[in-house]
Design a protein around this ligand. Structure first.
Ligand code: NAD
Length: 310
């Protein structure tokens, strides 16, 4: 693996510090910029804590360079990963600055969850070097990164980005069109739409819904994707099921009424103690920890199955 590339991460929040961690652990020179001194100041501590929780060497945390200003963070950067707050005007202004402050060979990548890459790149002189890199939280435990090609993105930009991500042990996939939600979030929210509709209609309660996924087909999902699964059961059977079932699935174009009601009532989930489920601070912390433990075990399993990848 070639080491010592310069990588800049712009935005040091939940995603930014974890993305910085991935590149730092692979031995690259990582610079992080965030205008918020508290966010910037917490980066090394957060990375150290993540690594210690996983029983890994925390020293890469110390190698991350923290930059109060944007310009020094971009010095010699081969790849800039923007992970700033999800606001279109903010990101557009940031990309215009990144464009002015970096050379033509630097790849400018955005970690936006939903915004169109083409729109972010509106004020970039050469939008051919702008690409989406949609990481998943926590970025150091979830292997997938969706590499999103906007209309103007050069194929070479996609190839170089995929190669850089593969080099640091991620599982990059090429999304050929810049559409809302890319691939992963479209699939995830198609499931959530039906889940909210079922609970809203009183077919089952929220706990039961979660049990159906976690104790049922959710167990299979990490080993068998839907396309493989359809082939496994047979496309003739899949067609028959879809003929019968699809007309009864929820297809409202907007958010479910039960979701709007919860939000209007201030039941926002873990942060308010009440959402679809009820959360004590302890229960919320336990659930978060359970998730990290589960993902860490899965990462260990993958590492055993695919030696050579981080
Ligand atoms: P966050 O709020 O934790 O962090 C955003 C950071 O951006 C903050 O520290 C803020 O100070 C900083 N920021 C604001 N303006 C900036 C600027 N001009 N330059 C540099 N930094 C600036 O948010 P997050 O959850 O880390 O999300 C960051 C991006 O990643 C968003 O686009 C989000 O949609 C996307 N994303 C989030 C998740 C997730 O699960 N949270 C998953 C995938 C993608």
């Amino acid at each position: 693996m070639s080491r010592g590339r310069c990588i800049a991460v712009v935005g040091a929040g939940l995603m930014g510090h974890g993305i910085a961690q991935v590149f730092a652990c692979a031995g690259h020179r990582v610079s992080v910029h965030d205008p918020d001194p508290a966010a910037l100041g917490s980066v090394r501590e957060r990375i150290r804590a993540n690594l210690e929780l996983l029983g890994l060497d925390p020293r890469p945390a110390e190698t991350v360079r923290l930059c109060e200003e944007l310009e020094p963070a971009l010095e010699d950067a081969e790849l800039v990963v923007e992970a700033a707050s999800e606001e279109l005007p903010l990101k557009q202004a940031l990309f215009a600055r990144l464009d002015r402050l970096t050379g033509p060979e630097t790849i400018l990548a955005s970690n936006t969850s939903v915004l169109a890459i083409g729109e972010l790149a509106r004020d970039v002189g050469d939008p051919g070097r702008v690409v989406g890199t949609h990481w998943w939280n926590p970025p150091y435990l979830v292997p997938l990164v969706e590499v999103v090609q906007a209309e103007a993105t050069r194929p070479a930009t996609v190839e170089r980005t995929m190669a850089l991500l593969a080099e640091v042990g991620k599982s990059p996939v090429h999304v050929r069109r810049d559409i809302p939600g890319f691939v992963g979030n479209r699939l995830q929210h198609a499931l959530w739409r039906e889940a909210f509709a079922l609970v809203g209609a009183g077919v089952c309660d929220a706990e039961t819904l979660d049990t159906v996924v976690k104790d049922g087909f959710g167990l299979r999902l990490a080993a068998l994707g839907p396309m493989e699964n359809a082939d496994l059961v047979g496309l003739d059977l899949t067609l028959a099921i879809h003929e019968y079932l699809l007309p009864s699935l929820d297809r409202r174009p907007g958010p479910a009424p039960i979701l709007r009601e919860k939000v209007a009532a201030g039941a926002l989930g873990m942060k308010t103690g009440e959402g679809f489920r009820t959360w004590t601070p302890r229960a919320a912390a336990d659930t978060r920890e359970r998730l990290v433990r589960h993902l860490a075990l899965a990462a260990g399993e993958r590492a055993r199955e695919r030696p050579g990848q981080a």
